[in-house]
Write a protein that binds this ligand. Structure first.
Ligand code: CU
Length: 301
């Protein structure tokens, strides 16, 4: 392993370019030889074979040894790059990425949470991957890291941002209708700014909108009136809704009690025309949090 290896891009890019270069050379070499042979040895030029070869020991040695060396070299560089990607640097900052249908949430060692992955420039970050429901994939193209997030399985990736900036972070496994909404960013900011961010906004209970972000509600519900996987939450208070309760349709007017029930037992009253995919938040949101969410939804009129 290269002890000077600083970034995950440096573990991936050189070996990628080597394999790409070898493949290109072979593609052009083989195609050119084929074209030359097709023209030179075409039937109209020499209808009868003029010579016969029974074998050539040296030729066989060359075409066995050369490709073997080539693929062993690819394996060696690929393997050492892989080891670099799996070996977490000692000073790495731990963050837990929670994936669920259909949003991301990141939790730091001090309990701070965020829907975007904030990282300090120049310090390696180790991301522990957790899924709350189904198979997801953690993918940051800019840092060449991609790893499946399997429910119940421990897994990690590490990377270091060497320049400040905003980088896309995707879910790379199709995980249901809202899969394309599982997109967020890595925000790489200078170390001092990161330290301030990490300590900021703690203590106070997150209210309204932050709770919806933190618990992934906005992956399925919009606040602007457009339906996504679930109905939009804009103007929900006082809305007349047709729901299916135990197989029977009825029309209700949305109030606090209905909202609480929708969050704790989403399948008790199923909104007509929507699939029963909302997870239950009983036990995941405290009573105070449910109250804060309901209060927030009430003033979304
Ligand atoms: Cu996903």
């Amino acid at each position: 392993m290269d002890p000077n290896l600083l970034t995950t891009s440096r573990a991936v890019d050189p070996i990628f370019m080597i394999i790409f270069g070898v493949s290109l050379a072979l593609l052009f070499g083989i195609t050119a030889t084929m074209v030359v042979f097709v023209i030179r040895y075409r039937r109209s030029r020499s209808p009868e074979p003029t010579s016969q070869a029974d074998g050539n020991v040296w030729l066989e040695i060359v075409w066995i040894v050369l490709p073997t060396l080539l693929v062993m070299a690819m394996f060696y560089y690929g393997w050492s790059g892989y080891l670099s990607l799996r070996t977490i640097p000692k000073n790495a900052l731990p963050v837990t990425a929670t994936a669920r249908m259909w949003s991301w949430n990141f939790t730091y060692a001090n309990g701070k949470t965020s829907p975007k992955l904030y990282v300090p420039v120049g310090q390696p970050v180790v991301v522990n991957l957790v899924s709350e429901d189904v198979l997801h994939g953690f993918f940051i193209p800019a840092f060449r890291v991609k790893r499946d997030i399997v429910p119940g399985m421990k897994n990690h990736v590490w990377f270091v941002a060497d320049k400040a900036g905003s980088y896309d972070l995707f879910c790379s496994q199709f995980c249901g209708t809202g899969h394309s909404a599982m997109i967020t960013t890595v925000e790489a900011i200078p170390a001092a700014q990161f330290a301030a961010w990490l300590e900021g906004g703690k203590g106070g209970e997150p209210a309204g909108r932050e709770l919806l972000e933190k618990h992934g509600c906005l992956g399925c519900h919009s606040l602007d009136g457009t339906p996504k996987v679930g109905p939009s939450l804009k103007g929900i208070w006082g809305r007349r809704v047709t729901v299916v309760t135990g197989g029977v349709e009825r029309t209700i007017t949305v109030d606090g009690e209905y909202l609480r029930r929708s969050i704790r037992e989403p399948n008790a009253d199923l909104v007509k025309g929507f699939p029963p995919v909302m997870p239950s938040y009983a036990g995941r949101l405290t009573d105070a949090e449910v109250t804060a969410v309901v209060k927030f939804l009430e003033q979304l009129r």
